[in-house]
Design a protein around this ligand. Structure first.
Ligand SMILES: Cc1cc2nc3c(=O)[nH]c(=O)nc-3n(C[C@H](O)[C@H](O)[C@H](O)COP(=O)(O)OP(=O)(O)OC[C@H]3O[C@@H](n4cnc5c(N)ncnc54)[C@H](O)[C@@H]3O)c2cc1C
Length: 319
């Protein structure tokens, strides 16, 4: 149930004039997150091109309303009370390829599904994204969080990202300017901001020609390993980043928390850094699991883990 509002009726009408009936009110976000958890968005807009994304975010910024870009919703935990302001679901999915000497540059709009793009590249005999074959979410989410797996990540293939910046407009960030680290970038550090986050419109990725058979075999091996090590249920992927010299999953498992349950959510038996929603789950229950894991690991090993998943929306941190 929503309590807070940030958008006046007049502003809502202005959005409706531009975006018509695609604008929705109090849209449940559990439909759009990989954990199938989360309350409603005060205003919700699904956009289909980088140009619409730009237009929507600029309109929100000019009207001083908070905005949140929702990619695949696979790295966020949305509060039960939802998100105040405008949530923009990014379905801008155009991609194109061009030769650049011996390499190929793929330019993808930020709402393109990363895993689908990886499959497309493999089918075209282009190497660089095989690691992403089982990583849910969009190019935008991956560029922000420096998604990676099996020794590869976005930072190793990103040439540039076209970004909309509050009060500045469109700017191209080079790889160096993204200041990439482990599941981190200059854009990820915008997390705490509600009205001035930068927005990735598109990204250029550098790929190299290779044999389709070799790439397919590599991707298949990654898929097999993922199936062996990760649970199949609704989750947000790894809940915590691996602390230096440790694996978060090992610490949580050794703290005795595999299978630990709160409400309809539990810590996976298969991989203790995956927190699984069993259906009709409250975000608060998952937050209780997070607190239990964090506190137990700190008490038993003196390690303070950092969340990889972002807590989004109107959380009551006094509880
Ligand atoms: C089963 C499972 C397995 C996973 N395995 C991996 C893995 O192996 N490696 C890995 O790195 N991750 C993994 N993840 C986590 C997740 O898939 C990645 O973090 C992914 O890159 C998130 O992308 P998204 O589009 O879903 O982002 P979202 O969850 O929608 O958003 C995450 C953050 O990025 C911001 N954002 C999204 N798009 C934009 C944009 N266009 N401009 C600005 N900000 C934006 C959002 O506002 C939010 O702050 C896994 C998740 C699941 C559920």
């Amino acid at each position: 149930m929503r309590v807070k509002t940030a958008v006046s009726e007049m502003t809502r009408e202005q959005f409706r004039e531009v975006f018509g009936e695609t604008l929705r009110v109090n849209e449940p976000l559990s439909r759009y997150t990989s954990a199938r958890v989360g309350g409603p968005a005060e205003l919700f807009l699904s956009i289909n091109s980088a140009q619409e994304l730009h237009q929507a975010v600029e309109l929100a910024y000019n009207h001083k309303i908070p905005y949140f870009i929702l990619g695949g919703g696979s790295n966020i935990l949305v509060a039960d009370s939802g998100i105040t302001g405008l949530v923009i679901l990014n379905r801008a999915r155009t991609v194109n390829f061009r030769h650049n000497g011996l390499n190929v540059i793929c330019t993808g709009e930020s709402g393109m599904n990363l895993s689908s793009l990886a499959r497309k590249c493999i089918a075209k005999g282009l190497s660089g994204l095989e690691w992403a074959i089982g990583v849910p979410g969009t190019i935008g989410g991956a560029v922000v969080g420096n998604a990676g797996a099996h020794g590869g990540d976005i930072s190793s293939i990103l040439l540039a990202a076209t970004v909309w910046e509050p009060s500045h407009g469109i700017r191209v960030y080079t790889n160096e300017e993204m200041q990439y680290g482990y599941r981190d970038s200059i854009l990820k550090r915008d997390q705490h901001k509600a009205r001035t986050r930068r927005v990735v419109l598109s990204a250029e990725l550098q790929l190299a020609p290779d044999s389709v058979e070799v790439l397919t075999a590599r991707a298949d091996a990654f898929t097999t390993r993922r199936k062996q090590t990760q649970p199949a249920g609704a989750s947000m992927g790894s809940m915590f980043k691996n602390p230096e010299n440790y694996y978060a999953g090992y610490l949580i498992e050794t703290a005795g928390l595999k299978g630990f349950q709160v409400g309809n959510a539990h810590i996976s038996e298969k991989h203790a850094n995956f927190f699984v929603s069993d259906g009709d789950t409250n975000a608060e229950d998952i937050r209780s699991l997070i607190a239990e894991a964090w506190n137990s690991v700190r008490e038993q090993f003196g390690v303070e883990m950092e969340l990889e998943v972002e807590l989004v929306g109107d959380w009551d941190f006094t509880k």
